[in-house]
Structure formats: structure tokens, C-alpha cells
Design a protein around this ligand. Structure first.
Ligand code: SIN
Length: 493
């Protein structure tokens, strides 16, 4: 795989105005004095610049959100849902441009980016429906002269901080329920992938979302994050990103007792039992481990494989992995794009080095590829001991470490030996085990005989230090709604 003489496809957008170099604050496109370069990780070239905004613009976005939310909260659910449906329709209409923008700034192969655009739009569609079903309760009262009404009301202004690995879906998975519930949102996207967020803002505006309801503030995390976590008018804070940063931001939100939802890091075990369909398990591992070049929170992080099928599974996986096409995401046959930056490459290398120092055998890949960009060869390492870094830190790279186990109990103990609790995967054809093991795993989501678990209709989220709250599904509305009791005394006739 020699990638040193690359020719990168140009962006070629049908609607060039979807590439925005201004932020969208309080219903207007704004410039900043300083600018941030947005780079293509495939070759380091600059795609565009966005404003490096700070405190003043973030406060302005919150001011506008407060005003817009007060009006939006009074709209009927079906009006709010219709706006989300129009937004989703515009995403579909411009899907190819959105995908190309995403690949250019994030690196994932174009077919994955197209998939993410559809996945992102699905959250808007799903929550457009949920907007009609925000039903309260009339409770059986505690006394004959009382009536108890429980209303579900929007929490108010929501601040969202979203990551670079899914530059569109992580936005709509938050904005969809927020807007359906009657909230307004101020979004700070990752400074690595702001172009997707700004394109979504343009389409939201064209879909008729009122000015101020959805602002996108681009720039450095610290000044923007300071406002979003401390301004008392922001009533909810939602974050997807690293566990370390999530804990810091959540702690800051407590001074003003904001509602907080966190989607944080994982350390997913991918458990393959002797009784599994090996070919299906290999395909599951390919999907789980190598989607987005291993840069997803739900990625298989350690592959726990039972000794009876260990060698055969390892050989088949290594063969599949060696066949993956690595290259710039905008190029046709690419299956593995670049990693997001040099730090990601350094982390992958350190995990490989640690595993091999401890006796791991590299069966495929194991090193960066090419002279330009941040490409890392899809990697399989066998005989990784359970105390290796690969088993304890989120690798966030296309590096699959295989750990051998003997018994079901041992697999469960290894799988649960982590502070993370986002996703886990189990491959077995034993019907009893297919109940026992998912029930014993301390995780928010378990894939049983599948490596893909994400959909708008199911609750996404973790336990332990992987976060709190759920996104997607009808449960995804709960984080944006608060209950109000109206207790009424009624007189006799
Ligand atoms: C994530 O990695 O945070 C999201 C992955 C997904 O939605 O499938």
C-alpha cells in the first residue's frame, strides 16, 4: 500500500454555498476576527476557514436562543415536527454534497459518509414524529377534592458540544429531540469538522427554523464552553466526546444545576464463543472494529475469542483486514480513510508497540501508511494479554487486538473489567448463553450476533463512566423534557 503519490479528488459540490466560512449565530451568518483552518486529514490541505468566535458571540447566541425558545415552546407538536421533516428532506436532497463535505473534513470513505447523512436525517425524521406524542398524565389523585395533572415541558435552552467522528449524526441526534420538545439549541461543533455543522445550519434555516432557534458557534472550545456551561439561562448541556472532557464539563454545569447528558468513551468487548458462526463473527468484527477506521465510541476495542476457534478466527480476520483498501475517502474504492490527526496515529502506534512488547503477534498491518496524510494500516494483533493498553484504553484506530479466553465466566470477567460501559458484542449460537451473557454484561448496549447496533429507533447510551442519558428512540425525548405537576383543589358543587 503506497500512498505517497496521491491525487485527491476535488470537492465538486452541486451547491457550492453549502461550504460555509461563516458561523451561524442568532439567525445570521457572522465572521470573526480570527479564523480557524479546516484541514483534509487525507493530505493536510486546507479546505476552508471558519471564524474563531468567543464569549461575546456565544452570549449572543444564548440571548437569541432564549427569545426564540419562548415562542417555539408554544407551537403545536405537529408544527415543530413539520420543521424537522423539512430539514430532513433538505438533507436528503443535498445528501451527496453533505457526504462530500463530511469526507473532506473528517476523512471517512464516501460510502460511509453517505450512510451517515442518511443516519443523521433519520433522527430528524424520527423526532418529527415524536413531537406529536409529548403526552402528559392525569393521575389518580390522593384526595377527592384534588386533581393531579403532569405536564411535559421543554427544558429550555440547550447547549450541545459535538465530536468530529460523526460530524452530522451527533448533531441531529441532539437537535432532533431538542427542537421536537420545544427547546432551542446553541451548538459548538468540533473545530476539526465545523463545515458539516454549518451546512446543516444553512439547511435548518432553509427549512424555516425560526431565527435563533439553532445557532452554530465555531471556535476554540474554552471560551465557548465556558459560556455554555456557566450561563444560567442554558438549562441543559449535552456532550458527546471523551470521558475526561465530559467529566470536566459536567462538573462545571453543576454550579447552575443544568440537566446534563453525556455520551462518552467506550472500551467495547467483542466476545466470540466456540459455538459462534465464525464467518458471521468475522464480518461483525469488520463492521464494528473498522467502521470509520476504528474511530467510533462503540467500536470493538478488544476481541475476546474462545480458545477452540481462536486460531481459525484470527486467520480469517487477518485475511479480511489485509484486503481492506486504504486511501483518501473521496476516492472510489477506499474502505479505510485517514485517522483524524497525527495524535491519533501516535496513539495507535503506542498501542501496537505496547501489545507487541507484551508478546502480541502482528498478523496484519501494524504501522502508518504513506508519506502524506494520517493513514494507519488496518491491524490485527494476536495473543494480546489482558493487561495491554489495547484492553484498557479506547484505541480509536483500526487496531484489533485478540485476547484468548477459556470459559464463559472468564469472558464476562474480562469484559466487565473496565470503567467504561457503552457497547459490547457477543457472538454465540447457544440459545441459553445468548440470554445469560448479555444479561451479565455491564453495558448500555449489547450487539448479539451483530457488529452494528446503531439506529434512530433504539436507545443509544452507556452505563458506568460511559455517560448518562439516552439518545434516539422515544427515550431520547426524555432528556429534553421536564415534568411539571399541576395540583388543583376543586370545590364542591
Ligand atoms: C459514536 O461513536 O459516538 C456514535 C456511533 C454511532 O452512533 O453509531
Amino acid at each position: 500500500m503506497a500512498l505517497d503519490a496521491q491525487t485527491f479528488s476535488p470537492l465538486r459540490l452541486s451547491r457550492p454555498d453549502l461550504l460555509r466560512e461563516q458561523a451561524f449565530v442568532a439567525g445570521a451568518w457572522v465572521d470573526g476576527q480570527a479564523r480557524i483552518a479546516v484541514r483534509n486529514p487525507a493530505d493536510g490541505s486546507i479546505i476552508a476557514h471558519v471564524p474563531n468566535l468567543g464569549t461575546a458571540e456565544t452570549v449572543r447566541a444564548v440571548d437569541a436562543a432564549v427569545a426564540a425558545q419562548a415562542v417555539w415552546a408554544k407551537e403545536a407538536g405537529k408544527v415543530r415536527g413539520a420543521a424537522l421533516s423539512r430539514w430532513a428532506a433538505l438533507m436528503h436532497a443535498h445528501a451527496e454534497d453533505l457526504a462530500r463535505l463530511m469526507t473532506a473534513e473528517q476523512g471517512k470513505p464516501l460510502y460511509e459518509a453517505r450512510g451517515e447523512v442518511a443516519y443523521a436525517a433519520s433522527f430528524l425524521e424520527w423526532f418529527a414524529g415524536e413531537a406529536r406524542r409529548i403526552n402528559g398524565e392525569l393521575l389518580m389523585p390522593h384526595a377527592a377534592d384534588r386533581r393531579l395533572l403532569v405536564r411535559k415541558e421543554p427544558v429550555g435552552v440547550v447547549a450541545a458540544v459535538t465530536p468530529w467522528n460523526f460530524p452530522q449524526a451527533m448533531i441531529t441526534r441532539k437537535a432532533g429531540p431538542a427542537i421536537a420538545a420545544g427547546c432551542a439549541m446553541v451548538l459548538k461543533p468540533s473545530e476539526l469538522t465545523p463545515l458539516s455543522a454549518l451546512a446543516l445550519a444553512l439547511l435548518a434555516d432553509e427549512a424555516g427554523l425560526p431565527a435563533g432557534l439553532f445557532s452554530v458557534v465555531t471556535g476554540d472550545a474554552v471560551p465557548i464552553g465556558d459560556v455554555l456551561t456557566t450561563d444560567k439561562r442554558v438549562r441543559k448541556f449535552t456532550f458527546t466526546g471523551s470521558t475526561r472532557v465530559g467529566k470536566l464539563l459536567a462538573a462545571r454545569c453543576m454550579d447552575t444545576v443544568k440537566r446534563v447528558s453525556l455520551e462518552l468513551g467506550g472500551n467495547a468487548p467483542f466476545i466470540v464463543f466456540d459455538d459462534a458462526d465464525i464467518d458471521a463473527a468475522v464480518e461483525g468484527a469488520m463492521a464494528s472494529k473498522f467502521r470509520n477506521a476504528g474511530q467510533t465510541c462503540v467500536c470493538a476495542n478488544r476481541l475476546l475469542v474462545q480458545s477452540g476457534i481462536y486460531d481459525s478466527f484470527a486467520a480469517k480476520l487477518a485475511e479480511r483486514v489485509r484486503g481492506l483498501v486504504v486511501g483518501p475517502g473521496l476516492d472510489g474504492p477506499t474502505e479505510q480513510g485517514p485517522l483524524i490527526d497525527e495524535r491519533a496515529v501516535a496513539k495507535a502506534l503506542s498501542h501496537v508497540a505496547d501489545a507487541t512488547t507484551r508478546g502480541g503477534r502482528v498478523l496484519a498491518g501494524g504501522a502508518p501508511v504513506g508519506e502524506v496524510g494520517t493513514f494507519f494500516a488496518p491491524t490485527v494483533i494476536a495473543d494480546v494479554p489482558a493487561d495491554a493498553l489495547l484492553c484498557h484504553e479506547e484505541t480509536f484506530a483500526p487496531v484489533a487486538g485478540l485476547v484468548r479466553f477459556e470459559s464463559e465466566d472468564e469472558a464476562i470477567t474480562l469484559a466487565n473489567d473496565t470503567d467504561a460501559g457503552l457497547a459490547a458484542y457477543v457472538f454465540t449460537r447457544d440459545i441459553d448463553r445468548s440470554w445469560r451473557v448479555p444479561e451479565a454484561l455491564q453495558y448500555g448496549m449489547v450487539g448479539l450476533n451483530t457488529g452494528l447496533i446503531s439506529t434512530e429507533v433504539a436507545p443509544f447510551g452507556g452505563v458506568k463512566e460511559s455517560g448518562m442519558g439516552r439518545e434516539g428512540s422515544h427515550h431520547g425525548m426524555d432528556d429534553y423534557l421536564q415534568l411539571k405537576l399541576v395540583c388543583q383543589a376543586i370545590g364542591a358543587a
